[in-house]
Each structure stands twice: as C-alpha cells, then as structure tokens.
Design a protein around this ligand. Structure first.
Ligand code: UD1
Ligand code: UDP
Length: 359
C-alpha cells in the first residue's frame, strides 16, 4: 500500500485538503498530515480541524509568521527532516502558499513523488508571492491536478508533460458540497449577525499587495462604507489577522462596516450563499461565490480564476473606490445564472485514482 503525506499550513489549504483527507479515511489508506504551522491562530487553524472533524496532524512544525525567506526556509528544513524519517511514496500539496512551494521543493530533492492539487493557475503577476510559489510547485511536481481546461492548457503551454496532468475539478467544490447541508442543519449564522438573506454584502481582503498598501486598503474600505450607506444594507467583514494588523498600523477607520473575527467554514458557507454580493481579494471566495450562485466583485487587477469571469459570476474591480462601486452596481443587477466551472465535487476521489493508476 502506498504511503501518503498531506502537507498543509493555512486556512484555505485545510479546507481544500479536507476532501482528500476524508477520501483517504474512507479508503483506509496509509496517510499522515504534516502541518507547517504557517497559520496558527485558533480561528485560522484549529477551528477547521474541529468543524470538519479531521484527523489531527501527526506533525506540526509551528513555523509561524515571518518574512518570505524566513518562513519558507523554516518550512523547508522542518519538512525535510520528517520526509527523511517517514519516507512517504507521495506528498500532496494544495494551492500556492509558501507551505506549498517549500513542501514541494523538499520532497523533490528527496525524489519523493509530488501531487499538486489546484495546479496550473496563473495571475501572470510576479509581484504576488503566490505566483512564484505556483510556478515552482507546478514545474517540480510529478502529478498535476488542474481544476479546469484553462489551467490544464496553461501547464501544457509551459511545456509540462501531458502524461502528468489530469483535470479533476477543484476540491473546493467537494468541500462546499460536503459541508453546506451540515452547516444548514446545525447553524443559523444570519440570525446571529441580525442579517437577512440577500440583504447584506460579504467582504474579505487579505492579499499582501492590497492590505499592506495604505492607499489600496483605504480605497477598499471606503467603497464598502459607501455601498453599505447607499443601499442601506450592512457590510459584514470577517477580518483576516493580517488585515486587522494593517488597519491598526495605518490608523484607518472601520466606521460603517460590521467587522468580525475570521469565522468558521460552516458559518462562512451560509454567509456566502445568502449574500447579495461578495467583495473580496480571496481566491477561494471567487470560486465559492461562483459555486454557490452569489455574484462576486474581485478587489484585484487580475485573477488566476478567469473561469469565474468568463461565466459571468465575477468581475475584476481593482481597489479604486469609484470603480469598486460601479462594478458592485453592475453585479448586483446581474440576475443571470451560470454553470459552476470547477467540477462536480469528486475531485479528491479522482486525484487518488489517478495517483494509484500511475503506480
Ligand atoms: C497566506 C498565503 C496566501 C493565502 C493566505 C490564506 C503566502 C505567501 N501567503 O497569506 O497565499 O491566501 O495565507 O489566508 O503563503 N497571522 C496571524 N495568525 C495566523 C496567521 C497569520 O495573526 O494564524 C498574521 C500575522 O500577523 C502574519 C500575517 O497574518 O504576519 C500574515 O500571515 P502569512 O501566513 O505570512 O500570510 P497570509 O497573509 O496569511
Ligand atoms: N473562510 C472562512 N472564514 C472566514 C473567511 C474565509 O472559513 O472568515 C474560508 C472560505 O470559505 C474559503 C477560504 O476560507 O474556503 C478562503 O481562504 P482565504 O481567503 O484566507 O485564502 P485564499 O483562498 O485567498 O488563498
């Protein structure tokens, strides 16, 4: 039997790896979870293991926060030690964080096979640390799992061998389908916040290139404030710790915006499904809005999820207040429905089948 190592480190990786972890459990596979500790606050980390009832990580490197190089280096050193000891046959990484790049690099130098979940995404913006992480991870992986034809074609265009590539859809769909009903059965988060369906904006922003730049962050906050005032509906902003830190550092006002701590995934799915509009710079939220039928305004100049824009679920607005407001108005009047381009919710099972077939 093959031995698998599932590497994760941040909120979206825990969520998007959860279907793969569940599939390994169902099939009673030999696997273990290696957590880098890139995210560590309760509401960014442990809460998801509890809510999703996931097996505890066998290892946690506790690397914490740091500069790009420090964080990456710590992860690289920690992972190498564990891989040497555990000798898994295949390592899985998901997405584009520092955890992914360092995990893939450590495995590649030890000649351990790497499966990259959510391969082939490109923003074509090398200012983003994530773009560098994705490109490196893709080019050293042995099995690449692009969610769509768009991402598959990108990998082929970069010269990656088609034999290594398998379109699976995105595990974000598996996770949403597996957990939405569960969420509805156990929670009513709208009541907790005093919100009515389709009568609130849901906002998140955490990208370094937005929240670390005062002008961009204040452009976003001002747009949210004005939209909430104009339409007389609340704007709920569950705030990433990075954003909270930068709001304080820049001394920006949050008046007119309902700010909360980051929320659990089960709560968040309900909030996304019932929002009038999502405004975000998150990758996962662009996908989930598209899957759950809620229009999205992306607070960025580019996206590595162009499928969401093509189907009409998403629009790129950047961070200038007036542009965000006009994009929001356009999307609020968008009554069209679209087909989710990210698959049927069976990505995790397809990933494991492909890897087994290659042995
Ligand atoms: C990271 C990923 C990003 C991903 C995001 C998901 C990289 C380069 N970035 O960004 O791609 O979209 O995770 O949320 O890998 N902090 C806490 N508690 C935590 C985690 C972070 O307080 O549990 C604060 C710290 O002040 C830290 C800052 O947030 O310095 C940034 O954390 P970091 O993991 O470096 O980057 P993210 O912005 O979270
Ligand atoms: N999410 C959550 N609680 C929140 C905000 C987001 O559970 O308060 C979930 C969301 O449903 C999605 C994921 O976190 O699955 C997105 O993570 P994030 O925006 O941090 O990272 P990105 O997707 O941009 O890498």
């Amino acid at each position: 039997m093959l031995k698998y190592c599932i590497i994760l480190g941040t909120r979206p990786e825990i969520i998007k790896m959860s279907p793969l972890i569940r599939a390994c459990e169902d099939k009673q596979y030999d696997y273990f979870i290696l957590h880098t500790g890139q995210h560590y606050s309760y509401e960014m980390d442990r809460r998801f293991f509890e809510q999703l009832e996931l097996l505890e990580p066998k290892y946690n490197l506790d690397v914490g926060s740091g500069t790009q190089a420090r964080q990456t280096a710590k992860i690289l050193i920690g992972i190498e030690e564990i891989l040497l000891k555990e000798k898994p046959d295949v390592v899985f990484v998901q997405g584009d964080t520092n955890t992914v790049m360092a995990g893939a690099l450590a495995a590649s130098k030890l000649h351990i096979k790497i499966g990259h979940v959510e391969a082939g995404l490109r923003s074509f913006d090398r200012n983003m640390p994530e773009e560098i992480n994705r490109i490196i991870a893709d080019h050293i992986s042995d099995y690449l799992f692009p969610p769509t034809e768009v991402s598959r074609d990108q990998l082929l265009a970069e010269g990656i061998d088609g034999e290594k590539i398998f379109i699976t859809g995105n595990t974000v769909v598996d996770a949403a389908y597996q957990n939405l009903e569960l969420s509805k059965r156990h929670l009513n988060v709208l009541d907790d916040f005093g919100l009515k369906p389709k009568e609130y904006f849901l906002v998140t922003s955490h990208r370094a290139e937005n929240v670390d730049v005062k002008e961009r962050l204040s452009g976003i906050l001002e747009a949210v404030r004005q939209l909430s005032q104009k339409y007389q509906i609340p704007a709920l902003f569950p705030m990433h710790p990075r954003t909270e830190k930068m709001v304080n550092e820049f001394g920006l006002s949050l008046e007119g915006i309902t700010v909360s701590k980051p929320l659990g995934y089960l709560e968040f799915l309900q909030l996304e499904e019932n929002a009038r509009l999502i405004l975000t710079d998150s990758g996962g939220l662009q996908e989930e809005g598209c899957i759950l039928g809620t229009p999205c305004v992306t607070l960025r100049d580019n996206t590595e999820r162009p499928e969401t824009v093509t189907v009409g679920a998403n629009v790129l607005a950047g961070t200038v207040t007036e542009t965000i407001i006009s994009c929001a108005e356009k999307m609020m009047n968008n009554t069209a429905s679209w087909k989710n381009p990210f698959g049927d919710g069976d990505a995790a099972v397809k990933i494991l089948e492909f890897v087994e077939g290659k042995q």
